[in-house]
Ligand binder design. Structure first.
Ligand SMILES: [Zn+2]
Length: 463
């Protein structure tokens, strides 16, 4: 990545500068002449900070993008999860329905099988009975032939009226019904005919019962078949529905794993950016320490009597004169980053930092020196924008950043409450405000970045 090369180059540059700086000061410190070269080194260091600040801003932007992407994708993942749950529930319901239908179909098929067997059996019985009827009818036919032969003999002996009677009969039943004729046949014949008639009647009755049973079974079978058709149709519908749901399920699962992979990739990117930012923040911190070193060389220190022309009254005052509020405190931003000062905005009585039109109340409004002193820095910086550092003597320094414009320059002597500039939004900011710091150069020569609220008491108009 380009970033890494840049970083290495920057780190090398910084190391060279620090080495050069240390060399200059270790040799030149005891003399007054090297102030100019110290200024140059300070200038170089500021430029280096500017570059690193720029990189950090870029990386932070990229990180914010990546984190936004991760959030969006996590939302997508949640949605997909919901969809998957819903589809799974539908598939489960369908499976249950299909199971129930399959059971119904099995039951119905059992019924159909039983009915089919019943019909088969009845058909066999009917066939048997039909065979018996045929056999009996044949027997009756032959019996009739014998009777006819016998009557013919009677006719030959001259009993003509019986023959006429016989031939006028159209079927067997009429024939047998004729009591007159029956009386004329022998006792044996009459018995035989009576038995046969009885048997035929029995068989005909049985056949009719069987036919009735058969037709009711066939009706039942056709009803069962129609039910079976309905169930089969429903089963097909459910199966096709199940297939389409399963396809949806597969698609959703595929999407889910795609988004999961994407999030994994984004997490890796995010880690990389976080590492890069951490490293650069460490580098910036090191360089800010170098600036502290320069302040050590130039600033007053605790115990030094303030210059008389400062008209120092001994206490640091609040840098704003109107109703205001602290939007970010010391020593961390709400987001967790280091913050070596406090951010102050003008506000309404309800605490809003904007007017009813949404415009900042702070932009372009004056801010004032906390105490009399000498301006030791009045400059522009990528992070602080237009900013001022005032040395008040006795080791106290105050810093004012993000100005729209400055009213003072390096070397100016200012009085307490004198306007230093206008509040603005230059440098690395999210909106117009005054960034205010207190740095102390201690009696042992060290510089510490203090909580301003330990030095400046809040007036009643700070809400
Ligand atoms: Zn700030």
């Amino acid at each position: 990545m380009n970033l890494k090369n840049n970083r290495k180059t920057i780190t090398r540059k910084i190391l060279c500068l620090i080495m050069a700086f240390v060399c200059v000061f270790s040799v030149a410190a005891p003399y007054s002449a090297p102030v100019a070269s110290a200024q140059e080194s300070l200038e170089d260091l500021r430029n280096q900070i500017d570059e690193i600040e720029k990189d950090i801003v870029e990386d932070n932007k990229a990180l914010a993008e990546v984190e936004k992407d991760i959030k969006n994708n996590e939302k997508k993942l949640d949605n997909l999860n919901d969809q998957l749950d819903k589809i799974s529930q539908q598939v489960d319901l369908l499976m249950e329905s299909i199971d129930i239908i399959n059971d119904d179909i099995d039951d119905l098929q059992g019924d159909i099988n039983v009915t089919t067997n019943d019909i088969k059996e009845i058909n066999t019985q009917i066939a048997e009975i039909e065979a018996q009827i045929t056999e009996t009818e044949a027997l009756m036919d032959s019996t009739r032939e014998i009777l006819l032969a016998r009557i013919r003999e009677n006719y030959m002996s001259g009993e003509a009226s019986t023959v006429e009677l016989l031939f006028s009969s159209t079927d067997l039943s009429t024939f047998f019904a004729r009591q007159e004729l029956v009386k004329r046949v022998s006792e044996n014949d009459a018995e035989l005919i009576s038995e046969l008639t009885e048997k035929i009647n029995e068989l005909a009755e049985l056949q009719s019962t069987l036919e009735t049973t058969k037709s009711s079974l066939e009706e039942k079978k056709s009803e069962l078949n129609s039910q079976m058709n309905t169930l089969n149709t429903r089963q097909n519908e459910l199966e096709s529905n199940k297939k389409s749901q399963q396809k949806k399920q597969e698609e959703a699962a595929e999407k889910y794993s795609e988004v999961e992979n994407l999030i994994e990739e984004l997490d890796k990117d995010s880690d990389e950016y976080k590492k890069a930012i951490k490293k650069k923040e460490a580098e910036r911190e090191a360089l800010e320490a170098e600036i502290d070193e320069i302040i050590k060389q130039e600033g007053s220190q605790v115990g030094d009597t303030p210059d008389e022309e400062y008209e120092n009254d001994g206490t640091l005052g609040w840098p704003l004169k109107e109703r205001c509020t602290i939007t970010a405190g010391y020593p961390y931003y709400p987001s967790g980053g280091r913050h070596w000062g406090i951010d102050i905005c003008l506000c309404t009585s309800s605490g809003s930092t904007r007017d009813s039109n949404g415009n900042s109340l702070s932009y372009g409004q004056p801010y004032y020196a906390s105490q009399g002193g000498e301006v030791i820095i009045a400059d522009w910086h990528k992070s602080f924008g237009n900013y001022v550092v005032v040395d008040h003597g006795d080791g106290k320094q105050t810093l004012y950043a993000h100005s729209k414009s400055l009213n003072v320059k390096k070397g100016d002597i200012v009085k307490k409450g004198q306007q230093l500039g206008l509040m603005g939004d230059t440098g690395n900011v999210t909106g117009p405000h005054l960034h205010f710091e207190v740095r102390i150069k201690n009696a042992d020569g060290s510089v510490s970045r203090e909580n301003p609220l330990n030095y400046v008491s809040k007036p009643s108009y700070v809400i």
